[in-house]
Each structure stands twice: as structure tokens, then as C-alpha cells.
Ligand binder design. Structure first.
Ligand SMILES: Nc1ncnc2c1ncn2[C@@H]1O[C@H](COP(=O)(O)OP(=O)(O)OP(=O)(O)O)[C@@H](O)[C@H]1O
Ligand SMILES: [Mg+2]
Length: 406
């Protein structure tokens, strides 16, 4: 983190030293001074401050405070008038925190008039997904898998469930395509914990568990219902009418959640908005990582149809059993992130890396070959030399032909 900040400093404000920067850290509102003290210690150990004590270079504020300051900058945009109240709903991974404030004269904010929160953040949907698996495979099996193979469990959540199901889910049955969870491929360690009867049945289905629209709905509903109730209660206990609701935090990226909140409160709160944060929006993955763009072929470089452009990649988790390559094109020369303006996804290719020996040191060579009409993507597991291939279309958006194992 420190080196990243230094890099940004050098680039944007050359000449400013790290020691000249004042850092403001946000902490949950309910943290006691003792806990903040522990964080202060960590900040010092991470090299942010020269002394252990609180000094001019370090400040703490609470998350709702920071969210309110952020929202204030947006109030003008929405023409919120003095005397009106607004609510910030911070939808995070663990908690959802709601605060209501009033805009006072001279662009000042009132103290918090209402504050509530609940344990209904986005990770509770991950939990509902685990419960879905428990129902299919037995509670004991999933529980044991989670305890004994935590890395693979995390990979199942962060590389399968979140990107394939949770992030994109919308309340439209017609557009939902059933998704198969391939246990043998995605979480092979789970198999040995499943009891024989269930195991035989799943083996007959080629280790596939089909996930349907109704299943996902059942995962979202209890969590979202809790959030709707929190908002309902806070609106009811607020003396003033709430003119605007800001939905912030990672979970506010969920189209399903935002739609439910809008549909439920549209008649009570005139403006319900999800302000876009240009830095964190979409770039962060569910485990806090940032998807960076790795350039394989540069615009302008001439290649013959059989000349591959390639790079070597490694799994993130030691017991990861598959890697998903998303292929993007852009006309920009120095693109850094996959959600930048002008980026277009043209396809993806998933490959198996079932043998977890070697941990994160399991190189995979990924290459692209540019033919007349199609781009061929090839991934080679450099350990077992298995090759996977897919073809992408230049013209059509995101079309791809079968990924085949060779
Ligand atoms: N499109 C999406 N749909 C559902 N959940 C999402 C989406 N995008 C991100 N998330 C979830 O948002 C969470 C991260 O959000 P955020 O960074 O606000 O949490 P946090 O501040 O770390 O958590 P908390 O506030 O509870 O401490 C993750 O659980 C992630 O899975
Ligand atoms: Mg948060």
C-alpha cells in the first residue's frame, strides 16, 4: 500500500514527499479508542508514520462521517435544499450502515439524526450460496470442506460465485441463464466429504450442480429483505422527510439490490442514487483485489497469423483449480484497468489447473494468435502441458466459440 501511494504521489504531485502527506483513515463508527489504537500501531508498522503516536500526519474519521462528506459534494448536483434530510446507505461486505442527516445553512451538516445498521452485507449472500450447497451436498460435507480447504472454498466464492452469479444478478428471469457448478473442476477437494448416496447421484450428473434463477433469488431475498426493513425503519423514525438516498459501498454495485430499493421506496424518497466512485467502482474484486489489464499484443505491431503474442500468468490462491482469462481490446496505448473507457471484452477462456502441487507457482502460458477473421486464444498449463483453446470474433461483441480442451 505504501509503495502504491508513493507511486501515485510521484506521478501526480512530483516533489511532494511521503512525510508531507496527511493520511485520514476511516474506521467503523462503533470502534472504541482501544481498537483504533491497534490500527494506529499497524499503520506505524506499515511505514506510514514516523512515530507511534497520533501526529499531524495521521487522522481518523468514522465511515459514516466520510460517507456524509462525500455525499455533501453530490448534494449540489441533486439540488438538495437547506433543511432537507438525506440518507446514506453504506452497503458493505459485512454490514449495511444507514445514517440520516440534515443540510444546514452555509453548506453545513447536522449531527447524525438517525443511525442504524445490520449484519446483512454482501458476504451474507455468499453464505446463502454455501447453504444452497449444503442442501444439495449435505451440511457436514460443505462445513468440513470450508474448514479443511479454506483456500479452495474462498476460490469457489471469489472466482466462481461472485463473478459468475452474484455480481451480475438481476431480477429478470428471462435473461438468466442456468449456470453449472462443476464440482470436479472448481472445488475437487469437496468430493471426498460428500456421503456415498449423494456422491453417486452427483457422479451420475457428471459432478455438475445446476444453479437456476429461483436458487439465486433465494440467496438474495433474505439479505435484501433485511436491508429494506432497515431503510423502512429509519425512514419511519426520522422526523423530517428524506429527500435523497445515496447508496454507497461495494454491495451498492448490485443491480438487484439497487432495483429492489428503488422499487420499494420510489414513492417515498424522490431521489435514490448510486454515486459512481471513479477509483473503486468495478475495479475491486470481491476479495479486495484490483483487476489490472495485462497487455499481450500492442496496437500497430504487425504479426503474422501464426505468430503468437503471449504472457505467463500464475494462480492467485495456492489451491486454485481453474483460471479464467478475460480478453479485452482497447484503442488506448497505455491502458491499465479493464473497466477503463474504451475497453471492450471480446471473450474469455477458462482453464483447469487441477493439480495444486506448487501452490501459486504454477505457471500458465496464455497466448493470442491473430487470424483473418478470428483471434485464437490458447492457454497452456506449463506443468502438465495441457492446452486449452478458444476462438474469438473481432467484430461481434463478446461472441466466442466453444472453448475446447486439446
Ligand atoms: N455487483 C455486486 N453485487 C453484489 N455484491 C458486490 C458487488 N460488487 C461488490 N460486491 C461486494 O461488496 C463487498 C465489498 O464492499 P465494501 O468494500 O464496501 O465492503 P467493506 O467496506 O469492506 O465492508 P464493511 O463495510 O462491511 O466493513 C464484497 O463482499 C463484494 O462481494
Ligand atoms: Mg465499508
Amino acid at each position: 500500500m505504501k509503495s502504491l501511494i508513493e507511486e501515485v504521489l510521484n506521478k501526480r504531485w512530483p516533489g511532494i514527499k511521503f512525510t508531507q502527506v496527511r493520511f485520514v483513515f476511516t474506521v467503523p463508527a462503533e470502534w472504541r479508542p482501544h481498537t483504533i489504537g491497534i490500527l494506529q500501531d499497524c499503520i506505524h508498522k506499515a511505514g506510514f508514520t514516523e512515530t507511534k503516536h497520533l501526529n499531524n500526519n495521521l487522522e481518523f474519521t468514522t465511515e459514516p462521517e466520510a460517507a456524509a462528506i462525500y455525499a455533501m459534494g453530490k448534494l449540489g448536483e441533486h439540488r438538495i435544499q437547506e433543511g432537507s434530510s438525506f440518507m446514506v446507505v453504506d452497503c458493505g461486505g459485512g454490514t449495511v450502515d444507514l445514517t440520516t442527516r440534515t443540510l444546514l445553512p452555509n453548506n453545513k451538516l447536522s449531527e447524525i439524526t438517525e443511525r442504524t445498521g445490520g449484519l446483512c452485507g454482501s458476504t451474507y449472500i455468499d453464505r446463502e450460496f454455501a447453504r444452497f450447497l449444503e442442501k444439495k451436498l449435505g451440511f457436514a460435507a460443505v462445513d468440513k470442506f470450508r474448514r479443511e480447504n479454506y483456500g479452495q472454498y474462498q476460490s469457489l466464492i471469489h472466482h466462481f460465485f461472485c463473478p459468475r452469479i452474484k455480481f451480475e444478478f438481476i431480477d429478470e428471469k428471462d435473461v438468466f441463464r442456468n449456470i453449472d457448478l462443476d464440482i470436479e473442476r472448481t472445488c475437487p477437494a469437496l468430493i471426498e466429504y460428500i456421503n456415498k448416496e449423494i456422491r453417486d447421484a452427483i457422479e451420475d450428473d457428471d459432478w455438475l450442480i445446476e444453479i437456476k434463477y429461483e436458487d439465486v433469488l433465494t440467496m438474495f431475498e433474505p439479505v435484501v429483505e433485511k436491508i429494506l426493513n432497515l431503510i423502512r425503519d429509519q425512514l419511519a423514525s426520522s422526523k423530517q422527510r428524506c429527500s435523497t438516498m445515496f447508496l454507497v459501498g461495494g454491495f451498492a454495485e448490485s443491480p438487484y439490490l439497487v432495483k429492489k430499493i428503488r422499487d420499494t421506496f420510489v414513492s417515498v424518497v424522490p431521489i435514490i442514487t448510486v454515486p459512481q466512485n471513479p477509483i473503486t467502482a468495478k475495479r475491486k474484486t470481491s476479495d479486495g483485489r484490483i483487476y489490472k489489464f495485462s497487455c499481450i499484443a500492442t496496437r500497430g505491431r504487425e504479426v503474422t497469423p501464426d505468430e503468437p503474442c503471449s504472457g505467463t500468468y500464475y494462480p492467485i490462491y495456492p489451491d486454485q483449480t481453474s483460471i479464467l482469462f478475460d480478453v479485452y481490446v482497447t484503442s488506448r496505448k497505455n491502458a491499465r484497468f479493464c473497466d477503463e473507457e474504451g475497453m471492450r471484452k471480446i471473450g474469455d477462456l477458462e482453464i483447469d489447473i487441477p493439480d495444486i502441487e506448487g501452490g501459486t507457482d504454477r505457471p500458465v502460458e496464455f497466448s493470442l494468435m491473430f487470424g483473418e477473421l478470428l483471434i485464437t486464444a490458447t492457454a497452456r498449463n506449463m506443468k502438465n502441458h495441457k492446452i486449452y483453446s478458444a476462438k474469438f470474433d473481432y467484430v461481434k461483441n463478446s461472441s466466442y466459440f466453444e472453448a475446447t480442451e486439446i
